[in-house]
Design a protein around this ligand. Structure first.
Ligand code: NAP
Length: 542
């Protein structure tokens, strides 16, 4: 059974929805359904419902939520709400809904709805969805809730809960990843609401769900757009992706339960370009697999240990703030991870254990070396490194490996000294002008601080006067592409390098570790650059 995409619509006048071309066009496509959230539509009465049903013949899922389950109409009695569903069921044969969705909590009103359903010829009978929503947490008796829904005759069981943290979604994953559990008879849609639960929606085909819920794309949604918490208000529940993201970015209709799953673990991850980078690489190489964001506020070690099997994880990118802690979940640490004290790549081995790598180090120096003239170009050259955090350590490790000399400048002097003690090099005064003492021929400046990164794009780690004349200036920041530091450097006639080459290279190496195949680097670079340029234009237009 193919998992469908159900586009949820609401929060507007019924007449406006009737006239909207986007949901109608979608309903005409195979694989799509439209959820009519009657409780969110203003100006709705019986005739308006009939007209709406006729707009989406055989493709609508009709629901009218109770206020205590997220419904928008306090003024409707239970009889009126269920009356709408019953009317939908009794609607003309060709125009009827594909399903009606009634809350399990309204079970006392079910007999009438069932009578209406039973009055339809079997070929023309909408499915009965029995649903349960918890906006506060995950009830301990979730399995009992599921069984109750089945016992009450649900054709589809829908459970939507709100785990306080990503790891708190574990009971949901256990339920989803054991479809052959004793007593399981009915198709299940189990969702974790909020950004941390996005994976439950993106990976619905893996779990054999009959459908998942998505937002309309309107003008805002685009294939490359990552989940945007700011846009979530346009959906009907927290955490809904757009249907276009599902279709194009996450290859929703191609996904198979046996596909390997990859992802990025971090906080925040909403604007991460890694899903675009890796899903592009998977599509271009024709490999099975999907890459999703995992927003993780809690312990990365628990997540890696507890979610690997159920999700079919094969590889993880790791970003702020988990790069150091995540090492504890790994059976093997590479030399770069041991030296840098941080991992950005986890690969699952045959025996289920994890190996940690740091691909930032080689990515940073590969990009820099190429700009400086190719292999061996770093040997004996002096590099001014700005910052001594995770990326700073990775760059220092890589520069030392390739024979470069380090000058290290960091806000917290102690951390610069620790780096110099570990990798060799000299500490230069922070805040001093010029940034490096006279006579030090600096071949390149590498910025690994977040100064200048979106949204604080007005900041720069160096003033124009502090940029050594003639040095290549490499900013590891890639959002925005043109940071203030790079603009100042270009004005001074210095060659510049933005952070995309490093970003693409660190991701390409991850891809190669996970799949054993070469990553399509130039295609990935073009897609990432294009997305960043689009975002920059959107920013300007705001
Ligand atoms: P991190 O571990 O938190 O280190 C941040 C560094 O920046 C520290 O040295 C810190 O100095 C310094 N810093 C932070 N805020 C500052 C401020 N307001 N003024 C002066 N110095 C400041 O972070 P990270 O993981 O190294 O990442 C840093 C940046 O690297 C990111 O923002 C990202 O843009 C870039 N990066 C790029 C890629 C890529 O693929 N292109 C990959 C990884 C990272 P203190 O020691 O004084 O706190």
């Amino acid at each position: 059974m193919e998992t469908k995409i159900c586009v949820a619509v609401g929060r507007r006048a019924a007449a406006e929805l009737e006239a909207d071309a986007e949901p109608r066009a979608l309903a005409a496509r195979p694989g799509f359904l439209v959820e009519l959230r009657l409780d969110l539509l203003s100006g709705l009465d019986g005739p308006a419902l009939d007209r709406l049903l006729a707009r989406f013949p055989g493709k609508s899922i009709v629901t009218c939520r109770r206020p205590d389950e997220g419904g928008g109409r306090e003024d409707l009695s239970d009889d009126e709400r269920l009356g709408f569903l019953t009317r939908a069921v009794r609607h003309g044969a060709k125009n009827g809904p594909a399903a009606v969705d009634c809350e399990l909590r309204s079970r006392d009103r079910l007999p009438e709805l069932r009578r209406a359903l039973d009055s339809r010829p079997p070929a023309d009978r909408p499915l009965l969805v029995l649903s349960f929503h918890d906006f506060q947490g995950v009830p301990a008796n979730l399995e009992t809730v599921r069984r109750n829904a089945e016992a009450l005759g649900a054709d589809v069981v829908k459970l939507a809960v709100t785990p306080a943290t990503a790891c708190a979604a574990r009971p949901l994953l256990e339920m989803l990843s054991s479809p052959a559990a004793p007593g399981r008879r009915r198709p299940l849609i189990a969702l974790a609401m909020g950004e941390a639960g996005l994976w439950t929606r993106l990976l619905a085909p893996r779990f054999g769900a009959p459908w998942t819920y998505a937002r309309l794309a309107g003008n805002a949604g685009d294939a490359g757009d990552a989940y945007d918490a700011d846009d979530a208000a346009t959906g009907t529940a927290p955490g809904q992706p757009t249907y276009r993201e599902l279709e194009t970015l996450y290859r929703f209709f191609e996904q198979r339960p046996e596909w390997p799953v990859y992802g990025v673990l971090g906080n925040p991850v909403g604007h991460s370009l890694s899903p675009l980078l890796h899903n592009t690489a998977l599509r271009e190489t024709g490999l099975p697999g999907v890459y999703v964001p995992f927003l993780l506020e809690d312990d990365p070690v628990s997540f890696v240990r507890d979610f690997g099997d159920g999700l079919g994880l094969r590889g993880l990118s790791v970003t702020i703030p988990h790069k150091e802690r995540v090492r504890e979940a790994c059976a093997e640490l590479s030399a770069a991870v041991r030296e840098c004290g941080a991992a950005n790549t986890l690969t699952r081995r045959e025996d289920g254990s994890w190996a940690a790598e740091n691909t930032d180090a080689t990515a940073a120096v590969d990009a820099l070396e190429e700009k400086l003239g190719g292999a061996g170009a770093l040997r004996g050259r002096t590099i001014l490194l700005l910052g001594a955090g995770g990326a700073g350590k990775a760059a220092a490790f890589g520069i030392r490996e390739r024979g470069g000399e380090l000058l290290i400048r960091n806000r917290t002097r102690r951390r610069a000294e620790e780096l110099a003690a570990k990798f060799g090099g000299e500490v230069v005064e922070y805040g001093a002008l010029p940034a490096v003492p006279a006579g030090r021929g600096v071949a390149a400046v590498v910025n690994t601080t977040p100064l200048g990164m979106y949204p604080k794009t007005d900041a720069s780690p160096l003033t124009a006067a502090q940029i050594p004349a003639g040095a290549v200036v490499f900013d590891t920041i890639y959002n925005p592409l043109q940071t203030k530091l790079l603009k100042l450097a270009a004005e001074k006639g210095c060659p510049t390098l933005d952070g995309t080459a490093m970003f693409v290279a660190q991701g390409a190496r991850q891809f190669e570790l996970w799949t054993g195949q070469a990553a399509p680097r130039s295609k990935s670079a073009a897609v990432v650059r294009n997305e960043l340029e689009k975002r920059a234009k959107r920013e300007e237009a705001r």
